[in-house]
Design a binder for this molecule. Structure first.
Ligand code: NAD
Length: 350
């Protein structure tokens, strides 16, 4: 197969940086241009290993996906075979307190990228979306979301992601842009910002600090290791059909209570560290994806069992204090997960 050039947006964040690392393992001759605005969630340290080992094939460009002129120039210069759009505001709690930032990057930023892709005739646009666009399920529901399930987002983050997906669809239907979308369940793994629940619980437990569990601790999420997500994106980029959407899940659901216990057990810490806090407004009860389409059509299936993934992930956080400690300190000044009843749960929000 001839080598490819990928333009990855948001590649300094959690999933994007894992994706770049993952892609170079299977495609060492390909080129990747990472375009990232480096918000609080983006960190060049996430790409430092790749930048060293692939210095002739990897480049970083500091840019905002909402800046059409800058993106147009980057695309004209690099002529990518595919744009893979990870860039987003991704944390539900921040979206409750600053919804505008989410609409701007997730909806308008995606449209800006699509417009450049259309004008510059980029052969493929792959968009990373989430299970959360489908809304939530009752805890005892027998349903799982399929690709045709209606969008019923309940939070600003989910609504902005649903909006971005609809815009992707419009560019395919109206302009014939060859787009694909993956809707993935909750990810976990190395390099995840300590604001996200598994990383938050792990880093809190490592410091013998209380783990803040929302009071609705029976609420469940479907967990997928980030490498399994990357393999699904790879399958869709290489073998997916333009115009199609693929759900990516594991079928492995865990309540928030079970997640806290798994982290505490893996670190040999006492369960007494669990502390119950008020739920974030709009806290979804449950999501579950039916991912049979991607398995049937492209042969993808999850490969990393949760027990193995969680063990490896907590070990990674144990070994990377220098990476997460400054992020956690900064976060403390911005979000207070213990204080959703108070209007000022997030101090100094952007
Ligand atoms: P993240 O917050 O860790 O990373 C987001 C990255 O985007 C950061 O590097 C940030 O600097 C960059 N960014 C933000 N605004 C930008 C802008 N305007 N221009 C350029 N770059 C910008 O997020 P993540 O967890 O890696 O998620 C990546 C994608 O996957 C998102 O689209 C998210 O909606 C989706 N997703 C995430 C999960 C999950 O569990 N984390 C699950 C399903 C889908």
């Amino acid at each position: 197969m001839r080598s490819m050039r990928l333009l990855v947006t948001g590649g300094a964040g959690f999933i994007g940086s894992n994706f770049i690392r993952f892609w170079f393992v299977g495609h060492p001759d390909d080129e990747i241009i990472n375009v990232d605005r480096l918000t609080y969630a983006g960190d060049p340290a996430n790409n430092a290993d790749v930048a060293q080992t692939h210095d002739d094939r990897y480049s970083f460009v500091l840019a905002d996906i909402c800046d059409g002129a800058a993106i147009s120039e980057i695309v004209a210069e690099n002529r990518p075979d595919v744009i893979v759009n990870f860039a987003a505001e991704s944390h539900n709690s921040r979206g409750v307190l600053d919804p505008g930032a989410f609409m701007r990057t997730n909806a308008l930023g995606t449209q800006t990228l699509l417009e450049v892709a259309r004008k510059r005739r980029v052969p493929r646009f792959h968009h990373i979306s989430t299970c959360e666009v489908y809304g939530d399920l009752a805890l005892d529901s027998a349903e799982a979301f399929i690709e045709e399930s209606p969008y019923r987002p309940r939070t600003p983050y989910n609504a902005s992601k649903a909006a971005s997906e609809l815009i992707v669809r419009a560019y395919h239907e109206t302009f014939g842009l060859p787009t694909t979308v993956t809707n993935c369940s909750n990810n976990y793994g190395p390099w995840q910002h300590p604001e996200k629940v598994i990383a938050l619980f792990t880093t809190s437990a490592l410091d013998d600090e209380p783990l803040p569990l929302y009071r609705q601790s029976a609420n469940r999420r479907e967990w997928l290791h980030v490498d399994d997500h990357c393999a699904a994106i790879e399958a869709v980029i290489l073998r997916g059909h333009p115009g199609e959407t693929y759900n990516v899940g594991s079928g492995d659901e865990r309540s928030i209570e079970e997640i806290a216990d798994a982290v505490l057990d893996a670190l040999d810490k006492p369960r007494a560290l669990k502390a119950y806090v008020d739920d974030r407004p709009g806290h979804d009860r449950r999501y579950l994806l039916d991912h049979s389409k991607i398995t049937r059509a492209l042969g993808w299936r999850p490969a990393i069992p949760f027990e193995q993934g969680i063990r490896e992930t907590v070990t990674w956080y144990e070994d990377h204090r220098e990476w997460w400690e400054p992020k956690k300190r900064a976060m403390r000044e911005q979000i207070d997960e213990f204080a959703w009843v108070r209007p000022a749960a997030m101090a100094g929000a952007r």
